[in-house]
Design a binder for this molecule. Structure first.
Ligand code: PLP
Length: 283
């Protein structure tokens, strides 16, 4: 596997980050994850805009322009011969003697790798997945895609140990989002419900595209918070993320959602998203 580190493409076994990297010591960095389908980057421009914003919020200079980032992404996909999967990249504040204050002369560390993965024909898309709810223990700036993922590691591990595939995090009785996905329900009246953007959640790029597609398709949308109780009584539920697109949620906390199988609105939305991801960007 070929990865990218600080200006060079090299075999993953040779890629080394210094011990004093602030990503390692402080989690002082941000990241992005982008889906690849048919060898194409999905929603790439929006991911690069979010990266720009995350970096600005934590005051790390963006080492590359969108065109340069795109060239690196395309190159790593090409070098790994990947047609379907996920591109991960992160930018940390760089290497410096351990001290909380920003180092004066550190250069950001840039690391990028790919993970081949079946997304379009993923078995989970046919069966749906189980989620469990857990307390949201994260910091107060969840709109920044920080590499500090300890709360999500614990949340998702708890989900796994409960036999589920994702954790839906809960604050003040309301679902914020998934451990690594945006959370949606569909009401018995057929409306999509999703939490509005704020500092409490990550502005999901798949969420954004999905909302546009659902509006174009005439599906009613309620952009508001929803409680765990409402999710338990929903007609359908699903999640979105760059690495899964749209995935049906068929059980929440061990209770079946609706009929306990992927519902018609979720299946329709997944189809619309796949069409969009496959179509040439100019269409
Ligand atoms: N929410 C969180 C906390 C995430 O980590 C992610 C993706 O990793 C998402 C939502 C989904 O965002 P996107 O659709 O941009 O992948």
């Amino acid at each position: 596997r070929i990865v990218f580190l600080n200006g060079s493409f090299l075999p993953i076994e040779e890629a080394r980050v210094p011990f004093m990297d602030r990503g390692f010591l402080f989690g002082d960095g941000v990241y992005e994850g982008i889906g690849v389908l048919d060898g194409r980057l999905v929603d790439n421009e929006a991911h690069l805009e979010r990266l720009e914003r995350s970096l600005a919020e934590v005051r790390i200079p963006n080492p590359y322009s969108p065109a340069e980032w795109t060239a690196l992404e395309e190159e790593i996909v090409r070098r790994n011969g990947m047609t379907e999967g996920f591109i991960y990249f992160q930018v940390t504040r760089g290497v410096a003697e351990r001290d909380f204050f920003f180092p004066e002369d550190a250069k950001p560390t840039v690391a990028m790798f790919t993970q081949a993965k079946t997304i379009a024909d993923a078995p989970a898309a046919r069966t749906g997945i189980a989620v469990v709810t857990v307390p949201d223990l994260r910091w107060a700036r969840r709109d920044v895609k920080s590499i500090n993922l300890l709360a999500q590691v614990l949340a998702k591990q708890a989900a796994k140990e409960a036999g589920a595939q994702e954790a839906w995090m809960v604050e003040d009785g309301y679902v914020t989002e998934g451990g690594s996905s945006s959370a949606f329900i569909v009401t018995t009246g057929g409306s999509i419900v999703v939490r509005p953007l704020s500092q409490a959640i990550l502005p999901g790029i798949t969420r954004k595209s999905l909302l546009r597609l659902s509006q174009e398709d005439g599906i009613p949308l309620e952009e508001r918070r929803f409680t765990v109780e409402e999710a338990h009584g929903a007609a359908e539920a699903f999640l979105t993320s760059a690495s899964n697109f749209v995935l049906p949620v068929v059980s929440i906390d061990g209770r079946p959602v609706g009929e306990g199988k992927p519902g018609p609105i979720t299946r329709r939305l997944r189809e619309l998203y796949l069409q969009m991801a496959r179509a040439p960007a100019s269409l």
